[in-house]
Design a protein around this ligand. Structure first.
Ligand code: AMP
Length: 576
C-alpha cells in the first residue's frame, strides 16, 4: 500500500487514539507517520530521519499512546528533547492525542522551571515524561524520576541535542534506563555521532526516511514568506489584496482548518469554499466545478481532497500550512501553471519549519525567493487604483443623468463645489474598505536565520566579538577548558536552562578554569539566579558579572539600570 492510500484506521491504533485524531481533524497519516507507526506498534526500535513539520511527533506519540497502561503509576515512556519549547510542544501534543484516554498524565520537565512542582507531579504518577537532558539527569540523580517501569524512549531532534552539547547527557540517560526497552531516534540529519549512538543503543532498528523525487516546472514562480511579526491570517489577507489572481487553492493541514479559513475569508469578502475529505464525492466535484465556472475564486483544501485537481484558471497556490515533505509540495504547487500557463506558489514558513523549506529547495533543486508582506502604502496605492478604475468604468457604462441632476441641484442648494460632493460620495462608498490602510509595519523575514541554519553548525558561527554590542554584557562562568567545556555546551545550557534564545548569546571565550560569555543587558534577577545554578560538564556555572580581566574581584549582579538594556528574550512557545 502506498502511503497515499493508507488511512489512520488501517494502522491498528487504539480506539481512543483514533478517535482523538478524528477530533483533531487529521485526514490522513503523513508519510513519516504511515511509515513509522506500524513498526512502533509492533515494538521495533526505529531510526527516523524527519524534521519538524513532517508530523513526526504524532509518528511516535500515536503508537506509544496506543500501548500505554494507565493503571501503572511510574513513567512508561521518556521523550528527550533538546529545548524546553520542544518539550512543552511535545507534551501538549501527547495531551491532545490522549484526550480520550481517561486518567492519562504527561509531564514536561525542563530547566528553569520550579523543581517542587515537577517533584509533586512525579510523585503523583505520570505515564509519559518529556524532558530536556539536563533536567532529566537532575531527577535521575535525586532519584525523583523512576525509570524502572520504562518501556520506551524517544530521542527527538537528536542532531539538535548533539549540536547543543547534550549528547553525553543523552548517552548517560540511556545507560541509566532499563535495557529491555523500545528506542526510537528521530533526527533531521544523520551526522556520524548520531549514527554511532543509534548503533550502540538501538536494537536492529527499522529505518524510516521520507524520500521524494521531485521536479517543478519553470512556469511556476515560487516564493516563501517567513512567518514573523504578523499572524498567518492577516498575512494572507494582505497577499490577497495585492496579488492579481484568477483562481486560487490554499492548502492547510486539517479538515477543521479548511472550514475555519473558508469562513474567515468569506467574512472578509472573498468567494471562498472548503474542500476536504469529509465532503462526499458529489459535493467535492461540485465545489471544483464552481471554481472552474468562476462562481468561486478560492478553495481551501487538504492534500487529500485537492489531489489531482486540474483547473486551468488556478493562478496561485498558497501553502498556508507547510506540506510534510517535498513531494507533497510538488503535488500542491502543480495545481497551478496548468496547460502551459504561468502560476505562482507562495509558502508560509514558521521559524521552526525552516528545515522543511531547505529540504524542499534541495529536492526541487530550486531556491525559493523570500517575499515580504505588502506594506500599508502598497495596499493603499492598489486600493486607490482600483477605486479610480471602478469610477471610470461606471462613468463609461452607466447612464448617470439622473444623478447628474440630483447632484447639480444639491451643489446649487448648498453652495458646495462638485469636487467636495464627489469626495463625500467616495468616502461613503469606501467606508467599509478605506482607501488608506494603516497597518503596523511588518518586520522583514529574517534571513540571517536561514544562513545560520544552512551552515547547520552552531559552533562554526562566529559569535559577536566582546564589547562589539552596547546591548550586551560580559559574564563570567566557572567552567573552562580544564573541565572539557565547549562553546556548544555553554550555549546549550544557557539557552535551555535560562530560556535565552541562542541567537542572543554572544561571544564565548574559554579560559582554563572559567569562561566568559556575552549576554543581553538587563537580565532579570530570576534568570540570573537560575543561571548561577546551571551546570555544564558537572560544574556549577555560578555566573557573575565579569570585571574585565582575570583574577579581578568578581561583580555581583548584572547591570539592570541601563536604559538601553534589552532584557534577554525568552524564547516563546508556539501553539501547534
Ligand atoms: P510535527 O512535525 O510533529 O512538529 O507536526 C507539525 C504539525 O503537523 C503539527 O501542527 C501537527 O498538528 C500537524 N500534523 C501532524 N500530523 C498530521 C496529520 N496527519 N494531518 C494533519 N496535520 C498533522
Amino acid at each position: 500500500m502506498s502511503s497515499e492510500s493508507i488511512s489512520f484506521s488501517d494502522l491498528a491504533l487504539a480506539a481512543p487514539v483514533l478517535k482523538a485524531i478524528t477530533d483533531v481533524g487529521y485526514e490522513q497519516p503523513s508519510p513519516i507517520q504511515a511509515a513509522s507507526i506500524p513498526h512502533l506498534l509492533q515494538g521495533h526500535d526505529l531510526l527516523g530521519v524527519a524534521q519538524t513539520g513532517t508530523g513526526k511527533t504524532a509518528a511516535f506519540a500515536l503508537p506509544m499512546l496506543s500501548n500505554i497502561d494507565v493503571s501503572k503509576k511510574t513513567p512508561q515512556l521518556l521523550v528527550l528533547a533538546p529545548t524546553r519549547e520542544l518539550a512543552i510542544q511535545v507534551a501538549e501534543a501527547f495531551q491532545r492525542y490522549a484526550c480520550n484516554i481517561k486518567g492519562f498524565h504527561v509531564l514536561p520537565i525542563y530547566g528553569g522551571q520550579d523543581m517542587s512542582g515537577q517533584l509533586r507531579q512525579l510523585r503523583r504518577g505520570v505515564h509519559v515524561v518529556v524532558g530536556t537532558p539536563g533536567r532529566v539527569m537532575d531527577h535521575l540523580r535525586r532519584s525523583s524520576l523512576d525509570l524502572s517501569g520504562l518501556t520506551s524512549i524517544v530521542l527527538d531532534e537528536a542532531d539538535e541535542m548533539l549540536r547543543m552539547g547534550f549528547i553525553d547527557d543523552v548517552e548517560w540517560i540511556l545507560e541509566h534506563a532499563p535495557k529491555e526497552r523500545q528506542t526510537a531516534l528521530f533526527s533531521a540529519t544523520m551526522p556520524k555521532q548520531i549514527r554511532s549512538v543509534a548503533n550502540r543503543y538501538l536494537n536492529s532498528p527499522k529505518e524510516v526516511s521520507i524520500k521524494s523525487d521531485t521536479t517543478t516546472g519553470d512556469n511556476i514562480e515560487q516564493c516563501y514568506w517567513m512567518v514573523s511579526g504578523t499572524n498567518k491570517l492577516d498575512a494572507l489577507t494582505r497577499i490577497l489584496e495585492v496579488e492579481s489572481f484568477d483562481g486560487m487553492i490554499i492548502f492547510v493541514r486539517t479538515k477543521t482548518a479548511t472550514a475555519e479559513l473558508a469562513e474567515k475569508l468569506e467574512a472578509r469578502g472573498h468567494s471562498a469554499s472548503a474542500l476536504n475529505g469529509d465532503m462526499n464525492q458529489q459535493l467535492r466535484e461540485r465545489t471544483i466545478e464552481r471554481l472552474k465556472n468562476k462562481k468561486l475564486d478560492i478553495i481551501i483544501a487538504t492534500d487529500v481532497a485537492a489531489r489531482g485537481i486540474d483547473v486551468q484558471r488556478v493562478s496561485h497556490v498558497i501553502n498556508y500550512d507547510i506540506p510534510y515533505d517535498s513531494e507533497a509540495y510538488v503535488h500542491r504547487i502543480g495545481r497551478t501553471g496548468r496547460a502551459g500557463r504561468s502560476g505562482k506558489a507562495i509558502l508560509f514558513v514558521a521559524p521552526r519549519e525552516k528545515r522543511l523549506l531547505y529540504a524542499i529547495e534541495k529536492a526541487t533543486r530550486r531556491p525559493l525567493v523570500s517575499m515580504e508582506l505588502p506594506t500599508s502604502e502598497t495596499v493603499s496605492a492598489m486600493r486607490v487604483d482600483q477605486f479610480k478604475e471602478t469610477l471610470l468604468e461606471t462613468i463609461k457604462s452607466q447612464d448617470l443623468s439622473f444623478f447628474n441632476e440630483v447632484l447639480a441641484q444639491f451643489s446649487h442648494e448648498n453652495d458646495i463645489a462638485p469636487e467636495e460632493i464627489a469626495s463625500a460620495l467616495g468616502f461613503l462608498c469606501q467606508k467599509e474598505r478605506p482607501l488608506q490602510v494603516q497597518w503596523s509595519n511588518v518586520k522583514p523575514a529574517r534571513d540571517n536565520h536561514r544562513d545560520r541554519d544552512r551552515n547547520d553548525s552552531r559552533e562554526k558561527r562566529p559569535r559577536r566579538e566582546r564589547g562589539s554590542d552596547e546591548n550586551m554584557q560580559t559574564f563570567r562562568i566557572e567552567v573552562g577548558r580544564t573541565h572539557n567545556a565547549r562553546p556548544g555546551d555553554i550555549v546549550g545550557a544557557i539557552a535551555n536552562e535560562a530560556g535565552i534564545d541562542s541567537q542572543h548569546i554572544g561571544a564565548i571565550r574559554l579560559f582554563d578554569d572559567f569562561s566568559t560569555v556575552d549576554l543581553p543587558k538587563g537580565m532579570p534577577d530570576e534568570t540570573f539566579e537560575t543561571l548561577k545554578k546551571v551546570r555544564v560538564r558537572n560544574q556549577t556555572l555560578n555566573i557573575s558579572l565579569d570585571q574585565g580581566s582575570r583574577g579581578k574581584p568578581r561583580g555581583d549582579r548584572p547591570n539592570r539600570g541601563d536604559k538601553n538594556g534589552k532584557p534577554p528574550r525568552r524564547s516563546g512557545r508556539k501553539p501547534s
